[in-house]
Design a protein around this ligand. Structure first.
Ligand SMILES: [Zn+2]
Length: 323
């Protein structure tokens, strides 16, 4: 029985590593940019950065890296054997067995990999906004959209371990191109990456005149400029965040129709702007969900751990699989 575990959440942009106590307390934190270098083979550059992060955390905590169980949350389709089968937002690691690569570099046999949103769902179910709730969907809004489906108190894994790839539900026939190779996927409309795309389109279409003036030109307006302006009440930015709220609600309505889940927990990097998106998403859900008034209330809440829930859940995976 170990007292601490390390959880790492590898996103399309950043990697966050936490050292976590068994009761969920976070004891230390380090982060790095996710590398997108393919020259040394699939996953090699990612493994190198993660090894450095994990060793740094262990040094700070005064423990040997080979002795601490490590969980890795990865953004893509994770096979049940821990190999990353397909990762649109981390293509340089697609096909890699990061658990084996890290096992070698850390001289450890206790490295476990899991889908990042599944990790987030497990953390929220154990310690956070999904505690005591048997049917909910964790929706992580980052570079893309990840999903972790909890039904009857258990994580739904599917035949191969690929269940919950909700970001690639098609919400617009022949819509915006997606990194997965498809078109019109939900994550091209309602994620951090989706907000970035909608911002660019709105700026070029003349729907963000104040921000275009402030930033110099349409190409310079970033998603962060929109969230900051919406927070200070600029109408054109508030309208764009409401549009993101509508896209979010559209996907949630589809999930409610399929799963009859009464609760959605919204996490990931964009969840820091949740107060700008969730109120409108809740309003739009009333019209978008089939037979809304005939159902028990559907709740949409922010995750308790925000951008940390994936890494915390990865640590939980490490605790559970190591014991
Ligand atoms: Zn897609």
């Amino acid at each position: 029985m170990t007292d601490v575990a390390i959880g790492v959440d590898v996103g399309g942009t950043k990697a966050l590593a936490l050292i976590v106590a068994r009761d969920g307390r976070v004891l230390g934190e380090v982060r790095a940019q996710t590398p997108h270098d393919h020259s040394d083979g699939a996953g090699a550059a990612t493994a190198k950065v993660l090894t450095e992060l994990i060793k740094e955390l262990c040094d700070r905590q005064g423990v040997r890296s080979g002795d601490v169980p490590v969980g890795i949350g990865l953004p893509g389709m994770m096979r049940r054997d821990g190999r990353l089968a397909f990762a649109p937002n981390l293509q340089t690691a697609s096909g890699a067995d990061l658990g084996a690569l890290l096992g070698q570099s850390l001289t450890s046999s206790i490295v476990f990999c899991e889908n990042d949103a599944n990790c987030a769902a497990l953390a929220e179910h154990e310690w956070g906004a999904g505690r005591g709730i048997d049917d909910f969907v964790m929706v992580t809004l980052g570079t893309g959209i990840g999903g972790g489906v909890v039904a009857d108190g258990k994580l739904v894994r599917g035949r191969s371990g690929f269940a919950g790839e909700i970001g690639h539900m098609v919400v617009v026939a022949r819509g915006a191109a997606c990194h997965c190779g498809g078109h019109g996927c939900w994550e091209r409309y309602a994620s951090g990456g989706g907000l970035h795309r909608l911002t660019r389109e709105a700026a070029i279409a003349g729907r963000l005149p104040t921000l275009v003036t402030e930033c110099g030109n349409a190409a310079s307006v970033r998603a962060e400029d929109v969230t900051a302006a919406a927070a200070r009440g600029l109408d054109e930015a508030v309208m764009l965040m409401k549009e993101v709220g509508w896209w979010l609600a559209l996907g949630l309505a589809n999930l409610a129709a399929i799963l009859d889940c009464g609760h959605f927990v919204i996490g990931g990097g964009l969840s820091s702007a949740s107060e700008l998106v969730l109120p409108s998403a809740r309003e739009y859900l009333v019209d978008l969900v089939e037979g809304y008034s005939a159902r028990p209330a559907i709740t949409v809440t922010s995750s308790m751990f925000g951008p940390r829930s994936g890494a915390m859940g990865a640590a939980l995976v490490a605790f559970e699989r190591h014991s």
